[in-house]
Ligand binder design. Structure first.
Ligand code: NAD
Length: 319
């Protein structure tokens, strides 16, 4: 088999389980030296277990590859630096960083504790900074690097009960696009993946929340319209591995949805409709124009029920 990642050294956060483990095993089989990072925490970030990271590293080695385990939490600056330093000390290079690590603390915003907000932001969004900052210093010196952040449809489109997670995942999408601008000139690419896969994370979604999310009106095609709702996590790995290859040198600042056999390039934020005038709009002008010129045909993802007596809503014509 061709080894397109031979002599590349790649760090993968959260790769003891789920999607990260599949990415680690695939890039290992394609010749990369892999740092399998995972403190083995529970889905909510509590606890810890050295087993998952070590067993994925052992699996890569048993298959003829090269890997080491790392148990640092990337939620701290020190953990991120240790992780990147381990890759550099072990193999002398850091060619790729894939930030897959994640936890969930789902809660409606009116019930959410500040700690639930902070801990989710710390692992996903600050964790992204904690690994890409030290890695980018080395990649810039190498004039070569590959960065992949994990976003989510929750951050790109929205999901009930995930204000903390969606904010972090939108932040990663924004970060990936900005890093592309910071680092492209040094031969470094920065891209994002918004996956759909059957893992303990998706298994944890309560039936009621799944129904609420499925019922939310949306204009965007849902992955489950074309694929089983939660395809195997291994389906996500090839696109990540592709982004690590030399051939992907000119793919930069993009987000890809990956769900089973479907890989989609996400739309970038552009104006869907505009109104313009040379001077400042008045509120009365906006009240008159926004509904017809900006919002016509636009779907509210969570409309209030018809039974709610809402000021401003036109009264439906009676039959
Ligand atoms: N599964 C999906 O359908 C789906 C959808 C959208 C986004 N995602 C994202 O994909 C990524 C992988 O999710 P998954 O479904 O494989 O979840 P998972 O729970 O199976 O794996 C996540 C791993 O991250 C590790 N982790 C948690 N905190 C960490 C920390 N501080 N430092 C290092 N590792 C840590 C966990 O121990 C776990 O092994 C996550 O970022 C998730 O938000 C997944």
């Amino acid at each position: 088999m061709a080894k397109p990642l031979a002599n590349r050294s790649i760090v993968i956060t959260g790769s003891g389980r789920g999607i990260g483990a599949e990415v680690a095993k695939l890039v290992g089989s394609l010749g990369a030296n892999v740092v399998v990072n995972d403190p083995g925490v529970n889905l909510d970030g509590s606890g810890g277990d050295a087993g998952p990271a070590q067993s994925v590293a052992n699996e890569i080695i048993a298959a003829g590859g090269s890997a080491v385990a790392n148990l640092d939490s990337i939620a701290t600056e020190e953990g991120g630096e240790n992780l990147i330093r381990q890759c550099l000390d072990t193999w002398g290079r850091v060619d790729g960083v894939v930030h897959v690590a994640g936890i969930l603390r789902d809660r409606m915003i009116f019930n959410m504790a500040e700690s639930e907000w902070d801990e989710v932001i710390a692992v996903h969004l600050t964790g992204f900074f904690n690994v890409v900052k030290p890695a980018s210093i080395i990649m810039r010196q190498q004039r070569y690097g590959r960065i992949v952040g994990f976003s989510s449809s929750s951050g790109l489109m929205g999901n009930a009960g995930q204000g903390n997670y969606g904010a972090a995942k939108a932040g990663i999408a924004g970060g990936v696009r900005c890093l592309a601008r910071d680092l492209g000139r040094y031969g470094i690419t920065s891209n994002g993946i918004a996956p759909t896969a059957g893992t303990r994370m998706t298994q944890s979604i309560p039936e009621a929340a799944q129904q609420l999310r499925a019922a939310a009106p949306t204009a965007a095609p849902k992955a489950e319209d074309v694929e089983p709702q939660y395809p195997a996590a291994s389906f996500v790995a090839p696109m990540v591995a592709y982004l690590m290859t030399d051939q992907a040198w000119n793919v930069n600042g993009k987000i890809f949805h990956v769900a089973g056999g479907q890989v989609s390039l996400a739309l970038e934020e552009t104006a869907a409709a505009s109104i313009h005038k040379a001077s400042m709009w008045t509120v009365d002008e906006l009240r008159a124009l926004v509904p017809s010129r900006l919002m016509s045909g636009v779907i509210n993802p969570a409309p209030p029920p018809p039974t709610l007596d809402l000021p401003g809503r036109p009264v439906a014509a009676s039959a």
